[in-house]
Design a protein around this ligand. Structure first.
Ligand SMILES: Cc1ncc(COP(=O)(O)O)c(C=O)c1O
Length: 367
């Protein structure tokens, strides 16, 4: 049996849909991107969305929209991919690492509270593996302050917190459509924005800062606009959007299947004393980009599973360890503990029940 740790889902209809866009030769951002945005809003009930060309661009644009700059601090978890921290550095601000919960890998509210200073401009929470953070706890921390909340929902397309879809809760939410994510456009991303003015600003800033709607062509043949702010080339193009449209078809069914695999894993693995499954509260639904647990015998388990052709991975370990972020902060005790024992097993669109059963049996005979 061949089992990959990650997989890239490409819809059987993708060829036809992407090719039809190639045939038009309208390749850059256009009507197909608009259609993709509409379909994303319909599928997930988002209030709005601005598609972009990566999740990293989404994080950078989110911080830029909130005017995060040199001298500011942004609180983030170390349990993430480097993109979260790099985006803060792009703005010349300082990433301040808060501790996580050992039980789920998400930001620990009390630690976040203790990291707030007069320089804190924003908090980026990461829904590790797709499991939603304690959003009410975070809201409580920033109550009566000007601190903004950005959600890094790169793993959490379709996750739900207290009946609210991740994407409609905070000031800005960032998504990634990179190749191994739930929904891919090859590379791509998006933000949802709560403030209507910031939403308009995001539309300008994703395309150099040009107000395209009002920039008409002059007789000389150049668009007429005044450039008042720095913008970026962060828009998503038409053929990537076409792939997104193709892959969006049946998204909720695919997510449902992933949830069934996760339930199966939970049932089968919950009584194995060598494993501690990540904790889940009843008021949250994970989109299960990852399925994780803790085990003290990690390396031995990885090796035994590998012999049975079952890949297992830590996916990402703490990012504060990298020199650019200053080196691992060992006062983050839960993070350190999490780093030492966390492990993930395959969960994606190519994992069916037969493969899930094989994975479970491989684990049972390896612990
Ligand atoms: C938590 C997290 N944030 C941001 C990103 C960056 O997204 P992208 O690769 O689309 O730039 C990733 C990974 O790809 C991620 O895992």
């Amino acid at each position: 049996m061949s089992i990959e740790f990650f997989n890239t889902y490409v819809s059987p209809d993708a060829n036809k849909i992407v090719n039809s866009v190639l045939d038009t030769t309208f390749l850059s951002e256009g009507k197909i991107t608009e259609q993709f945005e509409k379909e994303l809003c319909n599928t997930f009930s988002f209030n709005n969305i601005v598609t972009l060309n990566s999740g990293t661009a989404a994080l950078h644009l989110a911080l830029d929209l909130l005017e995060v700059k040199e001298g500011d601090e942004v609180i983030i978890p170390a349990q993430t991919f480097i993109a979260t921290g790099l985006a803060v550095l792009y703005c010349k601000a300082k990433p301040v690492f808060a501790d996580i919960n050992y039980e789920d890998g998400n930001l620990n509210i009390e630690s976040v509270r203790s990291k707030i200073s007069s320089k804190t401009k924003a908090i980026i929470c990461v829904h590790w593996g797709g499991y939603p953070c304690d959003m009410n706890g975070l809201k409580e921390v920033v109550k009566n302050t000007n601190i903004k909340i950005i959600e890094d929902a790169a793993h959490a397309l379709g996750s739900v917190y207290k009946r609210e879809i991740i994407g409609n809760i905070s000031d800005i939410t960032c998504f990634s459509f990179q190749a191994i994510k739930h929904l891919t456009t090859g590379d791509g991303g998006a933000i949802t924005v709560n403030d209507p003015q910031l939403f308009e600003k995001a539309i300008r800033k994703k395309w150099f800062g040009i107000d395209r709607k009002n920039a008409v062509l002059s007789e000389l043949g150049e668009r007429q606009y005044n450039l008042k702010e720095i913008g970026y080339k962060y828009h998503l193009n038409n053929y990537a959007s076409a792939l997104g449209i193709a892959n969006l078809e049946g998204y909720n069914d695919r997510l449902q299947k992933r949830c069934e695999i996760a339930s199966f894993y939970k049932n089968e693995l919950k009584n194995i004393s060598a494993l501690q499954l990540f904790k889940e509260e009843n008021d949250r639904k994970s989109a299960y980009w990852l399925f994780g647990f803790h085990t003290k015998e990690r390396l031995a388990l990885i090796r035994r599973l590998k012999e049975k052709n079952v890949p297992a991975s830590v996916v990402h370990q703490r990012i504060d360890k990298y020199s650019i972020f200053g080196g691992a902060d060992l006062s983050l005790t839960n993070q350190t503990k999490f780093d030492n024992t966390q492990l993930h097993i395959p969960i994606h669109d190519a994992i069916d029940m037969k493969k899930a059963e094989y994975i479970v049996e491989a684990i049972k005979s390896s612990v």
